[in-house]
Design a protein around this ligand. Structure first.
Ligand SMILES: Cc1cc2nc3c(=O)[nH]c(=O)nc-3n(C[C@H](O)[C@H](O)[C@H](O)COP(=O)(O)OP(=O)(O)OC[C@H]3O[C@@H](n4cnc5c(N)ncnc54)[C@H](O)[C@@H]3O)c2cc1C
Length: 384
């Protein structure tokens, strides 16, 4: 059966988030962005709307929805602004999801209710200063000593890790050696404020300027043995599965940015004049916008299909990688074309397309670069 229509609940959610993005995010986000300030009030509203709890069960404080609902929300937010969208994406799919998927009942009860309401944020510490694509090469270590994990190492570029409401970061660390000689990697929950855990000042970034990103250092940082998330030695498999899902979420966010570029251009070319005519009457401009719409449309189909396979419980690794690859390309291409259509104003921060341009590039890098997506697709095709 093929049916690409959204059900009533999905459609209602999409509309609610669209209204919020247009009426509450759009008017203020440009100033947050310029001040490089985290938008606590918008995050609090998103929390009250239930967005941080979308794919989690009600018994742990969630909304009882699914991952596709989260994707729809991300698309609609990113259509207006990506900093707000990535704050939600990282909070849900990287911060809370590992606890939901792999945590003990006790860990879920301790952490999920506040993460689901957006009162607290969790972060996911996988990437290290020495490399992110080869995440199995983790250098951070954790050893057991007197019933505690002693963590040493550092993590780079960690989203949501240093806000006033950040409560925890889940960290991947080498906890030993497997029988075949490979590193044994495990995931450990480190609450914010634990002695020995330092959050560096925020990075100065090219884009996503209203989102929170820091380098983290662990220097003989001690947490209880019970903070191990899931089974010891399963850390590598855990983050691979978290990233597979996360790719669909980043694809949705990318589609939102790509569509936002179309929205802005359709409006602008009906107003701007050159050589005595609206620039929207020139076929060269119309073709650019037609191509932009086509890219957003096809990328959306790719993430819908990957999400549908995931929700049916079927393997979706290849489809998620394809969706992330094509939608981040679409976002980048559309942002470049939108900036061109806006001319000099496209280069001004006061217009959303300038923000889109700065925010698009990271989509080809974060949660697996485009090269990594191609590696995954090639591997799924059985290439050596
Ligand atoms: C703003 C921001 C937020 C982020 N948030 C988080 C977060 O919350 N948590 C987290 O853990 N990480 C986060 N990251 C890290 C992000 O996931 C990594 O930057 C990304 O995975 C790439 O890793 P790297 O930067 O170390 O690049 P590298 O791995 O050093 O790669 C450098 C280049 O080499 C290419 N390359 C590497 N290996 C191969 C190969 N085998 N074949 C061909 N090309 C190859 C890459 O594609 C890339 O072009 C964030 C990054 C940014 C910038």
């Amino acid at each position: 059966m093929i049916d690409f229509r959204l059900g009533d609940e999905y459609e209602a959610l999409r509309k609610t988030v669209r209204d919020f993005a247009q009426s509450e995010v759009a008017p203020v986000i440009g100033e947050y962005y310029e001040r490089e300030e985290f938008p606590y009030d918008l995050v609090a509203t998103m929390g009250r709307m239930g967005l941080f709890g979308l794919p989690f069960p009600e018994e742990h404080g969630g909304m009882g929805g699914d991952y596709f609902a989260l994707c729809l929300a991300l698309e609609e937010l990113a259509r207006v602004d990506s900093s707000v969208a990535i704050t939600l994406e990282a909070g849900v799919s990287l911060g809370a999801m590992p606890i939901h998927r792999f945590g003990s009942e006790e860990q879920k009860r301790e952490w999920l209710p506040a993460l689901c309401t957006g009162e607290a944020l969790g972060a996911f510490g996988l990437t290290e200063p020495g490399g992110g694509s080869d995440a199995g090469a983790t250098r951070t270590t954790a050893r057991l000593d007197g019933g505690q994990w002693v963590i040493n190492g550092s993590k780079a570029f960690i989203t949501n890790s240093g806000t006033d409401i950040t409560r925890l970061v889940t960290v991947t660390a080498v906890t030993g050696q497997q029988p075949d000689g490979r590193k044994e990697i495990s995931t450990i929950i480190v609450p914010s404020g634990t002695p020995g855990f330092t959050v560096a000042p925020k990075y100065s970034k090219v884009g996503w300027n209203a989102s929170d990103t820091h380098e983290l250092a662990f220097d003989d940082c001690r947490v209880p043995e019970a903070n191990l998330l899931g089974e010891r030695g399963r850390g590598y498999a855990q983050f691979l599965s978290i990233l597979d899902e996360g790719r669909i979420a980043i694809a949705a966010l990318s589609v939102g940015l790509a569509q936002g570029c179309v929205d802005e251009c359709v409006r602008y070319v009906g107003e701007r004049e050159a050589f005595g005519q609206k620039i929207g009457t020139y076929q060269a401009i119309q073709f650019k916008i037609a191509d932009m719409e086509s890219r957003a449309h096809t990328a959306r189909l790719a993430y819908y299909q990957a999400a549908a396979k995931m929700l049916r419980g079927e393997p979706f690794k290849k489809e998620a990688a394809i969706a992330k690859l094509v939608s981040s390309n679409a976002a980048m291409d559309n942002a470049r074309e939108a900036t061109q259509i806006f001319g000099g104003y496209g280069f001004m921060n006061e217009f959303p397309v300038g923000r889109f341009y700065r925010d698009a590039k990271i989509l080809e890098i974060g949660e697996g670069t485009s090269e990594v997506q191609r590696m995954l697709i090639a591997r799924e095709l059985g290439l050596p």
